[in-house]
Design a protein around this ligand. Structure first.
Ligand SMILES: [Zn+2]
Length: 539
């Protein structure tokens, strides 16, 4: 379906959709994620640069001083585009709104917009709040009315709306009416448990549209892997706001992933929610948030994963080179990604050429250099090297052949020892001798294991000469034992993935000794970073 026929079929499709980011609030509920104040501020800046419409900063409450501090500090950043929103709940049943500490603290956060959630599911009112159903309606209405009376715009989050609607539709809809009567700007329908099907979402959204006259939005969790489909189902019925998190981080299986849903809204439904230029920054935003969250960037993530547009099979590569539409659903550049052609033993000249094209656009595909690169590749692959995930090592190999490139340092030697000095205490120590510009550099380092110690000693030596290497971080380290036909010594292949916060590259090393294989891959990683810097014109 193209966007024009979607518009025809869905007359309630909105003219635009606003993006409400909850990475700093709902996203921070994810297991293993703990944002410092500093983290939250740099993420807020990047969300603002991406022109997202709202940034939910956190739940300011007297027991969480970090969130309150965020609202004070974020003001100093003078964000240009996004509206920072404070999040909280409706008042406690026993309090009047004016004296309710939750609502008072929300006002103290001093934001133009406030989001509060309330209960839409009678199960929760009966069993969690344990108050009469009508009392819950009253507290929704007067909590919203109080904040509106204090001059704030209110986003009302209808928690568990879809589960509530399935059990008791009249009551779930009555909670929306209460928020509207209180003066909310918008009601946001939440699939809090994340288990609703798109077809149910559609029906519930139609019921909502027919019940309230203020706009509605979507807040879907991904427990059934349907959050993006559910969000889109809501938009087709007229939802004007979408709540989610960058990379889908959040409790359990996560929130709706804005890095998936934004391109779906914009490129598939044809509804604008971001400028085309900002959309090309989406992959950077995704990587940046992974970086700050100290999480691996999920390479299989739709649109913005490193594998989202990578092709390996010979026929696929051949097809995509002839016409990208054969195996790609969108142009990867639209979201700031790129096509990756993966090298493997089946790679023919076409794949190698396509990979070399970017670095050496003038290389003659029938010339002797390409032949030498291919035969070098074959030799290396025979020895156990694999370049599928090692673009860095592949480019260094090509540079050796094409430019006669040599690494700017050579190894004098290294020594690694691992000691078990006391029970439970293992210590590894490495010493290394490097020759850089004719000068010898001796260093030593301890580490958590032999490879860590060796890496420590190597970087100590290199940082003195190449300070830009300090930005390089090891993201992944994998060892694979290679079985040989000879049945003699087994070799190991070490694959390393590194990043400098912008680019990501893989390198590979093979040896009968795991330390040596690691050393080869580590050296390639640092050397490749120097090559990258050189290409970008800095040293
Ligand atoms: Zn949520």
């Amino acid at each position: 379906m193209n966007p024009d026929s979607i518009k025809e079929k869905y007359p309630n499709l909105p003219a635009r959709v606003e993006i409400y980011d909850s990475t700093l609030r709902d996203g921070s509920q994810a297991r293993n994620i703990s944002f410092s104040l500093e983290d939250k501020l740099v993420i807020a800046e990047s969300l603002d640069r991406a022109h997202l419409h709202y940034i939910e900063g956190g739940w300011p409450n007297p027991t969480s001083p970090k969130d309150m501090e965020f609202f004070r500090e974020v003001k100093k950043l003078s964000l240009k585009n996004a509206r920072v929103t404070a999040f909280g709940s409706t008042r406690r049943a026993s309090n009047k709104p004016e004296v309710d500490p939750i609502l008072r603290t929300l006002l103290d956060a001093d934001t133009e917009y406030i989001a509060i959630f309330g209960k839409s599911w009678d199960l929760h009112v009966n069993e969690v709040l344990r108050i009469p159903l009508d009392d819950n309606l009253k507290l929704i209405e007067d909590s919203v009315a109080f904040l509106v009376g204090e001059g704030r715009h209110v986003v009302y989050d209808a928690e568990h709306f879809f589960d509530g609607w399935k059990d008791n539709p009249d009551y779930a809809l009555a909670t929306l009416r209460a928020a509207e009567a209180g003066g909310a700007d918008i009601v946001v329908l939440c699939d809090t448990n994340g288990g609703t099907l798109p077809v149910e979402i559609t029906k519930a959204c139609i019921a909502c549209r027919e019940t309230v006259s203020i706009p509605f939005g979507m807040h879907c969790h991904n427990d059934a892997g349907l959050s993006s489909a559910n969000t889109l189902a809501g938009i087709l019925e007229g939802a004007q706001q979408v709540q989610g998190t960058v990379n889908g981080i959040g409790e359990r299986s996560g929130n709706d992933n804005l890095c998936t849903t934004i391109p779906n809204i914009q490129l598939k439904l044809g509804v604008p929610c971001m400028s085309a230029e900002d959309l090309t920054g989406l992959m950077d935003l995704s990587r940046f948030v992974s970086e700050v969250s100290n999480e691996f960037h999920n390479h299989r993530q739709p649109y913005v994963g490193e594998s989202a547009f990578s092709h390996k099979g010979g026929a696929h590569i051949d097809g995509v080179i002839k016409n990208p539409r054969t195996f790609e659903h969108i142009d990867p550049k639209a979201v700031g990604n790129e096509r990756r052609l993966i090298l493997s033993d089946q790679s023919g000249t076409a794949t190698v050429m396509a990979k070399l094209q970017k670095i050496y656009p003038d290389l003659d595909r029938k010339g002797p250099l390409v032949k030498t690169i291919l035969s070098e590749l074959k030799k290396k692959e025979h020895a156990g090297y694999q370049y599928e995930a090692a673009q860095g090592s592949f480019e260094l190999l090509a540079a050796r052949v094409v430019d006669g490139f040599e690494p700017p340092y050579t190894l004098g030697g290294f020594r690694v020892i691992t000691d078990r000095r006391q029970a439970d205490a293992m210590v590894s120590e490495a010493t290394i001798k490097l020759i850089v510009d004719g000068k010898e550099e001796h260093t030593a380092s301890e580490g958590h294991g032999p490879v860590d110690a060796l890496n420590g000693a190597l970087t100590k030596a290199l940082y003195r000469f190449y300070p830009s290497l300090e930005s390089v971080r090891l993201e992944d380290y994998k060892v694979r034992v290679l079985t040989t036909n000879e049945g003699t010594e087994a070799s190991v292949r070490v694959l390393i993935e590194c990043t400098d916060g912008r680019d990501v590259w893989g390198t590979v090393g093979v040896s009968e000794n795991v330390i040596e294989a690691s050393y080869i891959a580590l050296c390639d990683s640092y050397t490749y970073k120097l090559v990258l810097d050189q290409r970008k014109g800095k040293h």
